[in-house]
Design a protein around this ligand. Structure first.
Ligand SMILES: N[C@@H](CCC(=O)N[C@@H](CS)C(=O)NCC(=O)O)C(=O)O
Length: 244
C-alpha cells in the first residue's frame, strides 16, 4: 500500500515518529505537505481537516491516508502501521504494551513541548518566556528524569532482550524513543550530558537505532528535516540552564 503522510513540511515534530516507522518498514510513502502542486503542500494538509467531504477528520497533523482510511493521532497511526510492517508484536498483550509505551512517550513529548509553550501553543515563546523558564526547571529536574527512569527500567525488565523496549525485536516505540533521545540532546545539551551517563540503556538504544541501515540512510537523506526552533524540540540555551 502506498501511504500519504500529512504533516507540517518544515519540522520533524510529531510527524517524525511516523516518518521513522515508514522508513524502517521500507514503505513507499509520500510526504504530501512537502510536495508542491495541486492537491499537495500545506493547502492540502489543511483542506483534509476542514472539508465536509471527510466524515472522520483529524484534529491536528500528523495524519496518514491509507487507502480510504484517514488516521490521526501519532500513537494511533503507529498502532496501525506497527503490526502491518513487523514493527509490533503479533500477540495482543505485546501490541497493547507497545501502544501503552507509545502513549506514555506521547505524554512526555507533550510536556517537552510545554517547556517553550507552557501557556498556549498559539502564543509566541517570547510572550511566555517567564513561565517557560519555570516550567522547564520543573521538567528538567523532575519530570524528564521520571519518564527516562521509567523507560530505562522498562528496558531492564525486558531481561535478556534488554536491547529493546519490548521483546526480542525492534518495535515502533524503539524508533520513537530514539527520536526523543535525539531531540533532548538538541534542546537540552547540558541536561542531556548528565542523562547520557544515567540512562545507559536508552542511550545504547539510540546509538543502535541510528545505525540500522534504513534509518542511517534516512538520516543522511534530504527526507530528514534538521532539528530547528519551530519544532517540538527547541534550543533555547536559557531553558537548558533552567535545569540547574
Ligand atoms: N496528540 C496529537 C497531537 C497533535 C498535535 O499537537 N499536532 C501539532 C503539530 S505537532 C499541531 O499542529 N497542532 C495544532 C493544534 O493543536 O491546534 C498527536 O500525538 O498526534
Amino acid at each position: 500500500m502506498k501511504y500519504e503522510l500529512y504533516y507540517w513540511p518544515t519540522i520533524q515534530g510529531r510527524g517524525e515518529y511516523v516518518r521513522l516507522a515508514l522508513e524502517e518498514a521500507g514503505s513507499s510513502y509520500r510526504d504530501i505537505a512537502r510536495e508542491s502542486g495541486r492537491g499537495r503542500g500545506v493547502p492540502a494538509l489543511l483542506s483534509m481537516m476542514r472539508t465536509r467531504r471527510v466524515a472522520r477528520p483529524p484534529f491536528a497533523p500528523p495524519y496518514l491516508k491509507a487507502g480510504r482510511l484517514i488516521i490521526g493521532q501519532t500513537a494511533n497511526i503507529l498502532a496501525f502501521l506497527g503490526p502491518r510492517h513487523g514493527l509490533a508484536p503479533r500477540e495482543e498483550g505485546g501490541r497493547l504494551w507497545v501502544h501503552q509505551l507509545q502513549l506514555t512517550l506521547s505524554d512526555f513529548v507533550g510536556e517537552i513541548h510545554d517547556t517553550h509553550h507552557p501557556i498556549s501553543p498559539d502564543l509566541y515563546y517570547r510572550e511566555q518566556e517567564k513561565e517557560a523558564l519555570r516550567r522547564t526547571a520543573e521538567i528538567l529536574k523532575r519530570r524528564a528524569p521520571k519518564y527516562l527512569g521509567y523507560f530505562e527500567d522498562v528496558m531492564a525488565r525486558n531481561g535478556r532482550h534488554a536491547r529493546y523496549l519490548v521483546g526480542a525485536r525492534l518495535s515502533y516505540v524503539d524508533l520513537s524513543m530514539f527520536q526523543v533521545v535525539a531531540g533532548l540532546g538538541f534542546a537540552f545539551p547540558r541536561a542531556a550530558a548528565k542523562w547520557t551517563r544515567r540512562y545507559k540503556r536508552l542511550y545504547a538504544l539510540h546509538a543502535q537505532v541510528q545505525e540500522r541501515p534504513r534509518i542511517a540512510a534516512y538520516l543522511a537523506s534530504p527526507r530528514r528535516i534538521a532539528f530547528n526552533n519551530d519544532g517540538v524540540f527547541r534550543q533555547y540555551p536559557e531553558l537548558d540552564l533552567a535545569g540547574g
